[in-house]
Structure formats: structure tokens, C-alpha cells
Write a protein that binds this ligand. Structure first.
Ligand code: 2P0
Length: 353
């Protein structure tokens, strides 16, 4: 086989995780198309580094081994099937994926089992590397805007929420009447209060998820409240876009709590149903609300499809919230950890390689 263009190339990108304010939960018919638009804040500390090397060009056969993968320095064959499935699908857009063998080295800044979804950050970082390869392969250089949009488009194929991890501060994904696409996410205008916001992630249980996201989304297809939920989410999305721009954090914070509980209500009432909150989740929700009502400090919670809480609050109340978090940790017990994160500026390429 002749030496191909991409042989020996290596790129390394970091991409952050994100936390949805308005949740994506349920898909339209097609590949990773959301049933409703969602909007998220981009995190900063919780992120994934992915370096992608093209090891060699290969003759393609049905069972060509595509990928060698290391996670935190350890060979991790169990991670490969998901990436292979992603590459197979993405090769419709990036045909060069069929012609090479790849070495992937990936690591997270947070413990693997911290209960923080790593699929968003890892698929976003991987997609950025793939678009780098595409540029070389096609001999083009995308504008920054096109580059991120293309990476968002490809990241979505690996994991829906990943397509929102490409942008600084806030991103929206999904069609509404007047904005957006189901195929990629876009940056959203947001007020300075959100750009310096904190997210303290309260990890009450770091075990593997009880239900995979993919299966969870699937439960929405036949859900009795499915249509009502999508309508609710679209309404909430519309409010959120306005409040993000205006900096109306109290309005948005209340909506964010409603969205988290609506997501969990969907899971509790699906067939089969899942109760993903733990007793400590409920205790924390009650303590956060009680603290907010008593002091007026604008701290609001949200949840992913699991028991851990994201506590969001503006920079100007950081000092008093730190004290509250110390007490919260004592109330919740010794096994609870808090990961200190904040809203960030999005992915970046590692220099010096
Ligand atoms: C979200 N989540 O909007 C929602 C809220 C979790 C709770 O998107 O099947 O890993 O890979 O598209 O993106 C998690 O689902 O699912 C998710 P796939 P994904 O962030």
C-alpha cells in the first residue's frame, strides 16, 4: 500500500464537559437528533484531553482493527466498540476514517467514576482532532467558526450532548421555530454574570449509571408524557435564551431546577421506571432551597441523569457559598465530595506538539 497523506499525523485537543440548563432527553427518528432544543453552560475544570495519531494507512476490510486506545495511560479495549461505532457512522462524512489505523490517548481531569459524564468532553475533543485531519486530507483550512461547527456536527454523531461542548460559555442545540439546527450546536449570547458563574458538583454517588443515556433517551419514545415534555422543554428553551442574554439569573435558576426535576420525573414514570436520585440528593435539594430562601443567595441546583448535583451560583456570592458547601458536606456525610468547577471558554488545542 502506498503511503497516504495522513500517515504519522498527530493532534491533541482538550474539550470541557457541559451542564444542560434545558435538558435533551428523547430523540427524533434519525441519528442523534434531539426531540427538543437544549441549552447548556460550558464547564472549565472538568475536561478531557484526547490525542489522536494516525498510525498507518490500511487496506480496508470489514474487520480491519481501527483503533488502539489508552485511557489514563492504560490500554482500554472496553472503550473501543463505542468509538468504532462512532467512526463507522462518521465515515459517511469523513471517508478517510476507513483508510487508516488510529491511536487514541485520552485522559480526564476528573476521576473516571466521579459521576461526571465524560462522553460530552471526550467526543468533543475527538471530533476536533478529526476535523484537523479532515483539513489536511482535503487541503482546506476552515474559518474558526466553520471549524467548530463542523466539529460540533461530528461530535453529535458520537454523543448528542457532546455537540454543545465546542463553544465558550453557553451553547444551544436543536431546532426551534426561529433558531438552531438538530445537526449541530451553536454559541448563545450570554450576559457577563454567566461567564464567571461557578458550578460546584456535589458527588453523592460515583458508581456507574443505572441506565445508559442511550437507553434513557429510548424510554421517551413510548412515554405517556413524551409530547408534553417536548412542548414544555421548547417553552423553557425559549425563556432560557432570553434570560441568558438579559442576565436574569433568578428567573433562569428556577427554570433550571424545574428542568432537572422534569428530567427525573420522566425517568421515574417511564416503563421501566428509574429512580436515580439518592436520599442524599433529596437532602441536598432541600438544604440548597432552604439556604436560598433564608439568605437570598442565588444558588440553584441541576441534575444530570444520575444522583449528583450541580450547584450554580454567580461569582459575587462565592465566599458565602463556600461556607454553605462546607456545612452541606458535613450534613451529607463522609462519602460526599465536591468538585469545584466554573463556566469556561471552551476547547483548545495543545501547543508544542
Ligand atoms: C443533556 N443528558 O442535555 C441531558 C440531560 C443527560 C441528562 O444528554 O445517546 O450522552 O450519546 O446522544 O448526550 C446525556 O445523553 O446521549 C444527556 P447520546 P448523551 O445533557
Amino acid at each position: 500500500m502506498t503511503q497516504k497523506k495522513l500517515d504519522g499525523l498527530k493532534f491533541t485537543w482538550w474539550a470541557p464537559s457541559n451542564i444542560a440548563l434545558v435538558k435533551y432527553w428523547g430523540k427524533k427518528v434519525g441519528h442523534q437528533l434531539p426531540a427538543n432544543p437544549s441549552v447548556s453552560l460550558t464547564l472549565s475544570t472538568a475536561k478531557t484531553r484526547v490525542s489522536l495519531s494516525v498510525v498507518k494507512s490500511v487496506e480496508t476490510t470489514e474487520d480491519t482493527p481501527w483503533i488502539d486506545l489508552y485511557f489514563a495511560g492504560q490500554q482500554m479495549p472496553s472503550f473501543i466498540p463505542k468509538i468504532e461505532k462512532f467512526f463507522k457512522y462518521a465515515s459517511g462524512e469523513l471517508p478517510f476514517l476507513n483508510d487508516y489505523k488510529f491511536l487514541l490517548k485520552t485522559e480526564n481531569t476528573f476521576p473516571h467514576s466521579a459521576g461526571i459524564a465524560s462522553s460530552a468532553s471526550s467526543m468533543a475533543a475527538l471530533a476536533l482532532n478529526l476535523i484537523e485531519l479532515e483539513q489536511v486530507e482535503k487541503g482546506v483550512e476552515y474559518s474558526k467558526e466553520e471549524f467548530l461547527k463542523r466539529a460540533s456536527f461530528i461530535a453529535r454523531m458520537g454523543s448528542g450532548s457532546a455537540c454543545r461542548s465546542l463553544y465558550p460559555f453557553a451553547a444551544s442545540w436543536g431546532e426551534s421555530d426561529n433558531f438552531g439546527s438538530d445537526l449541530w450546536a451553536e454559541p448563545v449570547d450570554c450576559h457577563p454574570i454567566f461567564k464567571s458563574m461557578y458550578d460546584s458538583i456535589v458527588v453523592v454517588n460515583s458508581a456507574e449509571k443505572k441506565v445508559s443515556s442511550r437507553a434513557g433517551h429510548g424510554l421517551m419514545d413510548e412515554h405517556f408524557y413524551g409530547k408534553a415534555r417536548y412542548h414544555h422543554a421548547l417553552t423553557n428553551w425559549n425563556y432560557s435564551i432570553g434570560w441568558l442574554k438579559e442576565g436574569a439569573w433568578d428567573n433562569l435558576g428556577n427554570l433550571v431546577e424545574e428542568e432537572a426535576l422534569s428530567l427525573h420525573a420522566m425517568m421515574m414514570t417511564s416503563r421501566p421506571g428509574y429512580l436515580l436520585m439518592e436520599p442524599q440528593t433529596i437532602t441536598a435539594i432541600q438544604l440548597v432551597r432552604e439556604y436560598r430562601y433564608r439568605t437570598g443567595v442565588p444558588i440553584y441546583f441541576t441534575l444530570d441523569a444520575g444522583p449528583n448535583l450541580h450547584l450554580l451560583y454567580p461569582q459575587d456570592v462565592r465566599a458565602e457559598v463556600q461556607k454553605f458547601l462546607e456545612d452541606l458536606k458535613k450534613d451529607l456525610g463522609a462519602n460526599v465530595t465536591i468538585i469545584d468547577d466554573k463556566i469556561g471558554t471552551g476547547p483548545y488545542k495543545e501547543d508544542g506538539l
